[in-house]
Design a protein around this ligand. Sequence first.
Ligand code: PEP
Ligand code: MG
Length: 587
Amino acid sequence: MAVDEEVILRGLPISSGVGIGFPVFLARAESTFGEAELPKKEIENEISRYRKALDSSRKDVENLKKISQQDGPPEVALILGTHLEIMQDPLITSEIENRIRKNQPTKRVLYDLIEECKQRFTTMRDHYFAERVRDIVDVSKRILGHLCPADRLNLAEMPHNSILIAQELVPSETVEASATLISAFVTAAGGLTSHAAIVARAKGIPYVANIDIKRLDKLEFHTIIVDGSQGIVVLNPTRQTLKKYQELKKNYSAERKILKTSAHLHGETIDGYEVRIFANLENPKEIDAVLKNGASGIGLFRSEYLFLSKRQFPTEEEQFEIYKKMVKSLRGGPLVIRVFDVGGDKRVDFLPEDKDAKYFRQIGVELNPALGCRAIRFLLRYPELLYSQLRAILRATRYGPIQILIPMISDISELQLVRQMLDKARRALVQEGVKIAKDVPVGCMIEVPSSAIMCDSIAEETDFFSIGTNDLIQYVLAADRSNFNTSELYSPIHPSIFRLIRMVVNAANRSGKPVIVCGESAADPLMIPILLGLGVREFSVAFRHIPLVKHTIRKWRILEACRLTEGAMEFSSALELKKFLVAETAR
Ligand code: PEP
Ligand code: MG
């Protein structure tokens, strides 16, 4: 059907910026397996063909990795590193050869593997594992590309101003995509935290997901606009719309240029107030990227990812080596290690192997995991896990400034129990002759309403506060942080959130205890002046947001931020408050 009229579609904003161009549909060649069974005499030949394809894929990835290490976003090199690891995985090396030896052609074996992974993927709710499976699919596709070059898709050779429309993108495709040729991505499937999304953001390619691709396929249109910041796709834009988006695109490009130079600037307001910017981190391998982006240290190390990625709790020795290496590479910058925050949105959908399975079997399936046995509750139920983590952390303190952070404190007794256990671990280590730093600060995450309300009492016993707005918002507003249906409700811009943050910051300042904000709100340009106005001087954000946070902070004077905050505190409606902030922060 031909459309002349403008059509506006709404999807999920994944990578910001504006792309204007013409549509290119990525239809994939469906699998044709040829012979169902491999003749016996062909087996050795087939195996050597497979090994050759695997070898070429490895060379591809090594090459791409080298290029991105020299001149590219650090996220890309990391993802390619994972792909290289997968290519050494027995699943990819020996398992595939075993199946070929059972008379199956390689193409079939790889398609079967992709299907098996997809089956597992659809039942997985954990982002990390879902992404891991997606990487295996991706690597298999790359090998297939070498086996059957005709099926290969090369995003490095697209025409200029292409807007790629696909069911889904895999990271290897986005890695090869050239930002000078491809103006934007539009897909049906794909989430905010997928590797394809990370690469698109790192390369600055606008991306909108959750669009009904089948509907697009039926329409005929020549021009398409993708607004990756608002999640809007416009087909056949009118002249007026086109003009509006051309203007927006120009502004985005100017802003990106400024951001590139902001990473290493000092974090300070126009009137010279120092603001320290730290990074949130899940993967210790990303420390170099953290430093490159201008972080003063790690404000939140989500140590639970050590467990989630290996599917078993690391031993004390393994943890010690990791923490030691991390703090040494920070060259004097602080490392805040949050003890394992398992459960909730970081739910454990798998049953870990052997020694750790018992913890999850005992808890069983919880009806409401966000309100269940997660974070510090889980650790206090299984103190041996907390004890070995505290020992590992204490041992690493001799190599640099380390602080301990407790997630989801809902009662002061939880802090007291951790302190008791920390003393016990310290005494044991001293007896063993291990050197430990004298002062190891212990902080509380404020992410549950009860701890925000009780912040005055907590201030007497904690060494510092860390406000986790991601969880605080969901618990205060009763809006699940990962539920698409409540995404309209889930926002830091709500009078109740402002009041609670004010309470905590005031309690911290009165008692002289540092306070840091480490949820996503700390990277939100609407929230940054409010946090400054409330008295926050330490932020911890995903490292890729650091330049934006610095750039925003450097646009404000403290006095102006305080005035803005005073004005904001007058509102009782979230909607009105948002309107006010949008108008007052445009600068
Ligand atoms: C938070 O809740 O704001 C936070 C930083 O922790 P996480 O996102 O890991 O739950
Ligand atoms: Mg949290």
